[in-house]
Design a protein around this ligand. Sequence first.
Ligand SMILES: [Zn+2]
Length: 295
Amino acid sequence: MQCVEKEGKQRVFASRIRITRPPSMAAPLSFFIIPIALLLDLHTYASSAGLVGLDTVLNFSYSGNTGPGRWGSLSPVYAPCAYGKWQSPIDIETDKVVVNKTLKPLKRHYYPSNTTLIDHGYNVGMQFENGGEFIVDGKKYTLLQMHWHVPSEHKIDGVLFASELHLVHKASDGSYTVIAVLYKIGDADPTVAKIQRKLGYLAKEVSARHEVVAQVDLGTFHIEKMRRKTHKYYKYGGSLTTPPCSENVIWHIFTKVRSMSKEQVEALRAPLQSTCKSNHRPVQPMHGRHVQLFI
Ligand SMILES: [Zn+2]
């Protein structure tokens, strides 16, 4: 099954099917499988939550006729994917980055939040009810969700990494700022370790039931615990890396590459649909943009 879904405007408000697990599988408190017929309901729900790339009905993938090279022609609102001049991801050429001494350490205040792990078919992510906030240049952005790409989307000096995490924050004016973390293969990542078993559930459920989207409650999750002390970062202006590729995103990419195990990369890939197993968009032209560096 592809991650491509049928276009349509109808909104369906039927309740989702709830599947009760036996006590032996008690880890997920509840497990929802969302039939394709109810996907539009999810879009409405996801859109109201401001998920990246879910502002319109999905019809894209990462390979074949609906792959990244065709995104711009799939819908009029996807035009920036083809014609935008501030597109993401990019290849960060370190000999061209500009050290900006006026940049500040990132000011983030994350809270324990009710969290849901969602397999969208084109990525796996965690959605926060009240994740906290991030202040950039005096403007407040709210943490909505984080999700992974395998392999990475951004490159550094032409090098692609095993995975990339995006923490997505949105301001009241609809603009975004994303914090990206790159991962190479190595020691296990403690955050992915916490959800690894549930990723296995999602992979099995979507495969066994031929579903595209599934989600599982994670209970309270505190993202604060995944923060480390010092963070040098690259900063540039770009876009969402999924349709509609809107060019209203400030990117912050940590210079420190972290690690996750090979098994964890595979666990993040397993729940994805067949045309989305490599869910990374190719790097985009700079069109005169510069990357700044905070050290
Ligand atoms: Zn992303």
